[in-house]
Ligand binder design. Structure first.
Ligand code: G
Ligand code: MN
Length: 299
């Protein structure tokens, strides 16, 4: 992988507690009860000067998790999985995938869950972008790098900041926004999209077919790429309904000038079927597993 970037040294890796952190439920409930008790009966005030054990336990837990997440952020690394052209099998780009070997937060799901609980998704995204920027020299142009973005990160100002590590490299980067999350959390989607595009970033809708937003994300994001979720790809050669869905997506996307990526291809039959159904780009264990290095693609 060759990622020598010291995560702790990067200016975007602020690890201090954020001001907009959600307050843990038990703490909040206790504070409300305590405030209410101030004007309540003497009996109700009896135990209000100290938080109960459950509140202290949750606060300790949270402090511990902060430290654990800080440690995981220092040691996280990125795996890279090739994306290839359906027509020729040649390399089109790589998807960067978060990896964590920290025993307390093993795997990307654990890191993201902890970050969500602590209101620190921005810290994780910034760490990822710093890592990816440091490794982009290993990707020979015109190959592109696809990076997953949590929808909430569209609100992060550093995503478009001129001094952010990825900004100068934006034309080599595709930002994947998952269809699983709602875009309602974004203050002004259209304005953020145009800022990103001005810098040269391209946009992909990720996991299409797995979420709830349907096709509204097409209108909001106007993506250059659509990535079909692996649930649509799995056994597609055996399932006429999946074939119809994939065919209608590729027809629609062709009409709109959008490139379609089929994700999670594991067997030859799935690969051959998605090619027949009009997918432009292919990704999955059959082609290449994610790895530390920018691996070559089997022909
Ligand atoms: O949500 P997103 O599409 O970014 O998730 C990609 C995930 O899918 C990664 O964790 C990656 O390791 C995994 N992945 C990549 N190729 C395959 C595959 O062929 N099969 C399965 N089951 N998972 C895959
Ligand atoms: Mn993805």
């Amino acid at each position: 992988m060759g990622l020598g970037t010291a995560a702790g040294g990067a200016p975007y890796l602020a690890t201090e507690t954020r001001h907009d952190e959600p307050i843990p439920t038990a703490e909040l409930e206790w504070t409300i009860r305590r405030t209410a008790n101030m004007s309540g009966s003497a009996g109700a005030q009896r135990d209000s000067s100290h938080p109960p054990d459950s509140v202290r336990a949750e606060a300790d837990d949270r402090a511990g998790l902060q430290g654990t997440l800080d440690r995981a952020l220092q040691s996280l690394w990125m795996a890279y999985q090739p994306i290839v052209r359906a027509a020729s099998g040649s390399l089109f780009g790589y998807e960067a995938l978060l990896r964590s070997d920290d025993p307390a937060l093993p795997g990307p799901g654990a890191v993201l869950d902890a970050a969500e609980r602590l209101g620190r998704i921005y810290d994780v995204g910034r760490a990822i972008r710093t890592k990816v920027a440091g490794s982009l020299q290993g990707v020979r142009p015109p190959a592109l790098l696809f990076i997953n973005l949590h929808a909430i990160e569209l609100n992060d100002e550093t995503l478009t900041s001129p001094s952010a590590p990825l900004t100068a490299l934006a034309s080599r980067v595709v930002l994947e926004i998952t269809e699983r999350a709602s875009l309602d959390v974004i203050d002004d989607v259209a304005q953020r999209m145009s800022q990103l595009r001005e810098l040269g970033f391209r946009i992909a809708i990720d996991d299409l077919g797995a979420g709830y937003s349907g096709l509204t994300s097409f209108a909001h994001l106007e993506p250059e790429f659509v990535k079909l979720d692996l649930s649509l790809v799995r056994d597609v050669h055996k399932n006429p309904l999946k074939q119809k869905l994939v065919r209608s997506m590729t027809t629609l996307c062709k009409d709109m000038g959008i490139t379609v990526v089929a994700e999670g291809i594991e067997v030859v039959e799935e690969r051959d079927m998605v090619i027949e159904l009009g997918c432009d780009l292919l990704q999955g264990y059959l082609l290449a597993k994610p790895g530390r290095a920018f691996s070559r693609v089997r022909s």
